[in-house]
Design a protein around this ligand. Sequence first.
Ligand code: SF4
Length: 341
Amino acid sequence: MTLPPRVLEMKKELLEKIEKVKEFSEKSPTNYELKRITNKLGIITSGISYLYVREALNELKLGLPILKLGFFYPLPEEKIKNFIKNFKKVLIVEELEPFLEKEVERLAKEANCKLKVIGKELIPEVGEIKPEIVTLAIAKFANCKLKIENSLKIRNWKLKIPKRFPQLCPGCPYWFVFGAIKRAVDPKKVIFGGDIGCYMLAGFPPHLIQDYLFCMGSSIGIAHGIKKATDQKLITFIGDSTFFHAGIPALINTVFNNSNPLIIILDNRTTAMTGHQPHPGAPATQNGLKIENVVKGLGIKNLKVIDPINQEEFIAAIKEFLNKKEVSVIVARRPCVQIKK
Ligand code: SF4
């Protein structure tokens, strides 16, 4: 158990374990070198970036040595030092943060202090890297720019493709929910909260009814805070599976602290976004729980369960509950159209 005074001993044990794992990392076949004849340039990479490097080298018809790291922490420091000791320049191909780049710079001080370590000046720190990005980076690194001029892949990559927003499926129950809300209230005069699920798409056109979205289960807690701090009207969404997973504690807190957001629980009878897994309230779950019973159990009086296809009933409930002095809940129950019959 990680409890005092044992935690102090555990830190020492942890450091000893890391040393042992480092020895293992040095010998691990997942950290391997692709040897090629050159004493000037090398590439260090890992994961999917390695495949992009191989593809780029093929495209550029270059044969640079590669150190591919499969065991990333702790790093095989001796193996890296041995790899870089004779190079003039090394390119670090890694996505996002320059973790490996900084580590190689540190190791180069011992192994080869004249080594030029190149990473984020050629590989972007933002976004996903692609074979085309790596090809351009290696071409610059190896100073073989002319060879890529006729690359069809690079030319295609530079084409401007219009941005498209993801959309709800045709027939998705959320179309009815979002449509009813826009008929019930002036969206400019209401704050809309979101949570994690397909209904995040409320933030995109044509809906545009989502003012905040943070992490799973946070919608109700943030709604409670906004209602406590301001007198603005607020509607927040949370899906059925997210409600069971992480929404209930925040709802208890909202009731306990006498807050009054309008919470719409989007009960599509499944966990749609991640592939239709069951949850404690899904019809496929034996002895499943009913959301409305959980809500009633907390003493919430303003509660309606409505199929949002009944637009007039749904609109009337929103108008009625939005001005209440206590927390209100509408369970919008209609199954996801993608559930297999
Ligand atoms: S998967 Fe289901 S819930 Fe998600 S957008 Fe499609 S119909 Fe709607």
